[in-house]
Design a protein around this ligand. Sequence first.
Ligand code: BES
Ligand code: MN
Ligand code: ZN
Length: 496
Amino acid sequence: MDFRCVAPGDHPLESWSGDSLAIGLFSDADHPGHQQLAELFGPALPPLLEQRRFKAKPGELLCIERLGQTPAHLILVGLGEAAEFHLTGLRNACANVARSSAKLGARQLGLLMPVESFGTAAAAAAMAEATRLGLYADQRFKSEAEPQHLPEEVALLGLGAEGWEGLAHLDAICGGVELARQLVAAPPNVATPAALADIAAAIAQGFGLELKVLERADCEALGMGAYLAVAQGSDLEPKFIHLTYRPAGEVKRRVVLVGKGLTFDSGGYNLKTAGGQIEMMKYDMGGSAAVLGAARAIGQRKPEGVEVHVIVASCENMISGGAVHPGDILTASNGTTIEINNTDAEGRLTLADALVYACQLKPDAIVDLATLTGACVIALGEEIAGLWSTSDVLADGLLSGARMGGEALWRMPLQASYRSGLKSTLADMKNTGPRPGGSITAALFLQDFVTQGIPWAHLDIAGTVWSEKARGQDPAGATGFGVQTLVNWISGGAPA
Ligand code: BES
Ligand code: MN
Ligand code: ZN
């Protein structure tokens, strides 16, 4: 699938001829696309739209076949009210169009969208990413793959040279998102800790990153008692993954990305139930998928001036005679003792040792991503991830990276008074507090393992890692959430 930008100005169709044309329409305003439509159809159009009850509401699609003519397929896509139209609406429209044009067997797809209110490069990036990611299909686990008809060429009509700049990082970004989706969707008998380490090795090899994998004995030597307690009930060896991207030239800042990498979370002795979605807990490595996807994208994109460390303390949370007991007290690598009052709050235990390790790298910022709490899903649903941060600058950087990438974040409070919910009578702290505010106490637990003065942010992606509704995706499934936010933030901004 090749992307290109065609002819800026009022008449992009004059320099494009393909078999499939999609035009985005507002429900309440005309724009140059209406003119193009009128030129194609003349007076036949209004009665047709009336007859097919096309109102241009967001997500509405109307496919018109034009036998023997060029373009042979016309797809009208509703964008809703002009004043409410944002980059996310543009992304959704393009993903929708891409899928229906693929069903029509389109070979050349032209997209004509009213993007005047966005930067041209940003619009081009959003359109191309949405088109490619909207056509993503995962057939790895089918005995026979269904043939997929991808367009050979996608033309962004009316975007011209500035649009081209927006496409510079398309392959890196989409490759990262696709990797993250594949890792999240892979079942727990495939995406094991060892498999994650292999993927990290492939990224290191393919894009020139450094890789260190700490085995159980190495982690023991570093005193990672919290992480290893989670891993001890599994038959699979834990793998502590550390990938490093070093830029050519001077290093101006150093950042660490930490991802929760539970390849399966049974809950341990505080066993999950079907209602607790135990069968979906393969996606409890969504944080690690996001940071590995980001590592791939960064390795390909090679941003200047920034050194990036990616850390995943990967393991499974299982049950066995050797598994951690509810009530066990263990010691993390910074010396903090933790009473485990719930074995299902395991992610924060693995992250505790990963964050201590991250701080030892003396970074300018640490960002962790984790499918950490069901409470965050209750608070923000499946489209918005929670963001906690000790730094306004870091939080704003992540929020703007997210906005550019079409990922929604909402900043949540590090309410210090809630820290008392984690008090233990025997140890320094317990691993869980009361149910109310559960995503906040989880964030406060993590904060204990971050050296004061190092800007840190935590993203709870428990809701966003998997989509039941088709959110720009068909069918629903792994979203690859987080990759775009991280890559945009690290690269210091997507196209303006
Ligand atoms: N992996 C889960 C969180 C989760 C829940 C992710 C639902 C995605 C969807 C995490 O390890 C967990 O079990 N958290 C517990 C914490 C509780 C015991 C304090 C939870 O949220 O119930
Ligand atoms: Mn759990
Ligand atoms: Zn978990």
